[in-house]
Structures are given as C-alpha cells and as structure tokens.
Design a binder for this molecule. Structure first.
Ligand code: XMP
Length: 520
C-alpha cells in the first residue's frame, strides 16, 4: 500500500545501520516518508514518487571507491530540499564538485561536539542554546573540500565541515548522525528540515486509519479475505482495521495449537467473535500438534514441525471460506524495509522463525498488509484509534511456536499444563505489582530437570522452572529485568504453593546477546 494523499519525503538508503531511525524521527513529526535502497531510485522512480524533500542516508561504503553507491544525478535537479547525512554528505560533495578524502587520522567514531559559525542557519534553530552541541559521528572518510555554493555552519575538532549548506538550492549536509539518541538535539534538526521543506505534519493516526480503510476497500473490492489471527497486537490490529473496512468479507482463522497460555484461546475468541462480531474460525487443532510434538526435544525440529502443521491447518480452514482471494497479514514496517547489504554473505540462522510468511506462495493468494508502513508503537496507537482495549494493545509479544519453545527438552502434555499454570501465576504477580508495562516480555520456562524438595513433612521430586523477564526496544537486544528480591521471593513461593509439579524456581539473568529471549 502506498500513501498518495500526503506530502512524501524520500529517504535514499545507502545501507546505514540507522536509516530506520531517520524514518522514525520523521514519523514522530507526522511526516510521511518511505525508505528506498539507492539501487531502486532511478530517474523514473523519482518522477513517479514526486518527493517534497529527499534525505540521503549514511552508509558503510567509501565514495572514493569505484562503483560506490550513488543517487541518480536527477535527484539534484528536482528543485526540492535535500539533506545528506554522513555518507550522504560525502556523496553529495563528490557529485556536486567538492572532494572527499580517506580517513587516516581524521576518522571519528562516537561522541563529538559541534560549534556554530557566525552565520545563522534555520536548519539549526534551537541548536547551540547552551554552547556546543553533542553529536554522534561514525565516519572513516571526510569531506576535504566543499562543493561550490556551500558554506560552513558548524565545525567539530575533527570535522571542519560538520554542517554545511547551499541556501540557494536548499541543500544541507551534516557529517554526523542526527537520528540517533546520542545526538540529543537531532530531532530538532529534522523538525527544522521538514518545516523548511513545507511539510504540514498531516500524517496522523486518524488520517492513516481513514486512508487505510479506503485503500483496503479499493484493493479488495468485493472479494473475500482471510486472516490468520493469533491474538497478538499486530494481527489483532490488522484484523480490526480490515473488518472496519470490509466487514463480513473478512474471515479470521485462529489456530489453537495447544501451545497457548492459560485462558488465551477463550479470550481471543470471545473478544473477536462476540465483541467485534467478526467471522472467526476457531481451529481447535491441539490434538494434531501435540501428537506430532509428543516426546520431541530438538528445538529446530519443534519449530519446523509447528511451522509446517500451522500452514496445513491454516490452508484446510481457509478452504472453508469459499473463494478467498486475499490473505491479510500484520506485517510491520521494520519487516519490509529492504536494507542494502554490502557484506553479500548470508546471515546465520539462529532460530527458524515461525510466521505465516510461507503461506501466500503456496496458496496463490494476494496479500493485504495494512500495517506495512507502521512501527510497533504506531500499530499500538492505531489500535487505540480503533478502540481496541488497552489490555490487548499492551500485551507482551508471544512467539508463534508458543509454549513449545519454553519447554526445553521433551514436550509432554503434562509439562505444558504445569507450565501454563506457573506462567499464569507469574504474570498475575507482575500485574499485581504494576510492572507489566515496564517489561517487554515475561514468561516461565519449564526446565527438563526434576529436583528434590521438601514440602510439609514429605519429599518432593518435581520440575524446576525459570522465570524470564526482559526489557527491550525491538526484541533484537534485551536485558533482564531487575526485579527486587522481595518480588522474586514472593513469586517463587506462590508458584511452588499454587502449581503442583514445580518445586524449584530460578530467575534467568541472561541478557541478549549472548542469550536469546526465548529458551529455544
Ligand atoms: P529470541 O528468542 O530470538 O526472540 O530472542 C526475540 C523475539 O521474537 C519472539 N520470537 C518469535 N516470534 N515467531 C514469532 O512470531 C517465532 O518463531 C519466534 N521466536 C521468537 C520472541 O518471543 C521475542 O519477542
């Protein structure tokens, strides 16, 4: 889905690790933007996209090298404001008649301080109020001569051209990364840039909702749509949005694989079928999944078995919806950004992630992905806009393979039942202590060991479990949550007293990396 009714800013990506953050900063300013890898940005593309402004991202290459990435010349003839960041600055200088040299002795990585020049620049409104500004540098090469028409507006000890601009052409370029948190005033620089470019900040969640509904109607026409509903935030928001657009043309399939948390299936079905009046198929396939997994202990086999069965089951039930042409998915923006890889090598598979990504090719369905342009917190904001209850919107992520990957070692129904009970007590504790929203994700893993204990006057020989709770921004890195000892002690006591089958509780204090969030 492409937004056409809003002013659009184009980010040309040269492969920086932090290009997404540029988009993030712009969205916070209610500006609609899209990131496109430099290879895709041709002259024809530019004509079609008609950006109101362009940002050239950073990137790992050296403009001095032959064949290094470049935007098309035409970008400088569009007559719109352009902002170059780091590599973006260097490529601008190289193409517009300046000069770039290789690092030796002037490479800068990390914190630096930029001081103003005498002349003022509106891009820097609100900067230098308390003297030099902290910025984040990350460059090997540097600009050694600026292009004709440019002047200097800020310098750092190692970057004499830290901030440059050509006011006649509305071209701006900075050597540092204003999009990262370590450039504390960076957001202001973006705010000034988009204000000067004439953006009105009309990209609000309300506008997005109306536009998305109109686009879904146009895309789908009177065809049928099916949607795999997991009860997680993304698929829930996607389903409610699509339902608002096309009502009973949408059928959701909720697959209960027997690996859900306590009460979860009822909660999801009640919410969507009874509260939202959606057509919902509750596929109770616990037997099929649990017999296939019975006794299985290899983490990858578990994941692959679940992934494959999930597709089979989904297909079976989707066939009940006669003639569906579309499959709806809650794909988010970070999942779809095509980032530019310079390494060329395949990345290592840590875990085979389970999602419904394999479905469309197999089923010959077209995709409806109304959240493709949103970050996770924007999806939550859209959920609020759509009136989804806060308890749903704030839910911790739950993995597709469910409790299977929280049961290291052999999966048995008995262990899953014990795990469900222990998890419910743990989450109840977290909610009672008002900690749920501070934590990215919390759960219990049941361990494949039994330990000796004493309860009353008797000996016990039961399972040990591990509590896990992490803070994170995106699930890519995480730290363990620093519960108080009182909280941990109280929770351990409750679990052991209330959950038959567990007689020992441990707390997992591993960060990610080196650990992962889930145990398998
Ligand atoms: P890891 O364990 O890789 O998890 O640190 C990072 C985040 O991803 C979730 N996760 C999954 N989500 N399908 C999903 O939809 C999966 O197969 C899967 N495996 C892990 C995990 O819960 C955490 O939020």
């Amino acid at each position: 889905m492409t937004s056409t009714s809003h002013d659009r800013l184009l980010i040309i990506d040269f492969g920086s690790q932090v290009t997404q953050l540029i988009a993030r900063r712009l969205r916070e300013l209610n500006v609609y933007c899209e990131i496109h890898p430099f290879q895709n940005v041709t002259e024809a593309f530019l004509k079609d996209f008609t950006p109101k402004a362009v940002i050239l991202s950073g990137g790992p290459a050296s403009v001095i090298d032959e064949g290094s990435p470049r935007p098309p010349e035409a970008v400088f003839g569009l007559g719109v404001p352009i902002l170059g960041i780091c590599y973006g600055q260097q490529v601008m200088m190289q193409m517009l008649g300046g000069q770039v040299e290789s690092g030796h002795g002037t490479a800068e990585f990390g914190r630096a301080y930029v001081s103003p020049q005498e002349q003022q620049l509106h891009l820097l409104d609100g900067w230098f109020v308390a003297g030099a500004e902290q910025v984040w540098m990350s460059h090997g090469d540097h600009v050694s001569r600026i292009a004709p028409g440019f002047e200097v507006y800020g310098t750092s000890p190692n970057a004499p051209f830290a901030i440059i601009a050509d006011l006649d052409r509305n071209f701006y370029a900075v050597q540092f990364h204003p999009e990262v948190h370590h450039t504390p005033n960076g957001a202001k620089l973006y705010a000034n840039f988009v204000r000067m470019a004439g953006f009105t900040g009309d990209w609000t969640m309300h506008a997005y909702r109306d536009q998305a509904i109109a686009e879904i109607r146009e895309q789908v026409g009177d065809a049928q749509v099916i949607c795999g509903l997991s009860g997680g935030v993304d698929s829930s928001v996607a389903a409610v949005l699509i339902h608002e657009a096309i009502g009973d043309q949408l059928t959701c399939v909720f697959v209960d694989h027997g690996l859900l948390r306590k009460g979860e299936a009822d909660e999801v079905v009640t919410m969507f079928r009874d509260h939202y009046n959606m057509r919902l198929i509750h596929a109770d396939e616990q037997e099929m999944f649990l017999s296939a997994l019975d006794g299985e202990s290899d983490p990858e086999t578990k994941r692959k078995t679940i992934g494959k069965l999930f597709i089979d089951v989904f297909q079976k039930h989707a066939a009940e919806v006669g003639g569906a042409e579309f499959l709806a998915q809650g794909t988010l923006y970070p999942d779809v950004i095509e980032s530019v890889s310079f390494s060329g090598g395949p990345s290592v598979t840590i875990k085979s992630h389970h999602n419904v990504g394999g479905l469309p090719e197999k089923m010959g369905l077209k995709l409806v992905e109304p959240l493709r342009e949103l970050f996770k917190d924007e999806v939550r904001a859209l959920g609020r806009e759509l009136g989804l209850p806060p308890s749903f919107i704030g839910r911790h992520p739950f993995p597709g393979p469910g409790l299977a990957i929280r049961c290291p070692g052999e999966i048995t129904r008995q262990k899953l039942d014990i795990l469900r009970e222990a998890d419910a007590v743990y989450i109840d504790q977290i909610r009672k202590h008002g900690l749920y929203d501070e934590i990215w994700q919390a759960f219990v893993a049941i361990l494949p060991v039994r330990t000796v204990g004493v309860m009353g006057d008797g000996r016990t020989y039961d399972y040990a479990c591990a509590l896990r709770a992490v803070t994170s921004v995106d699930g890519m890195t995480a730290d363990y949550y620093p519960f108080s000892h009182e909280f941990l002690g109280e929770t351990a006591t409750r679990i052991i007293n209330e959950v038959p089958g567990i007689n020992r509780v441990t707390y997992d204090i591993t960060s990610k990396p080196p650990g992962t969030i889930e145990w398998e």
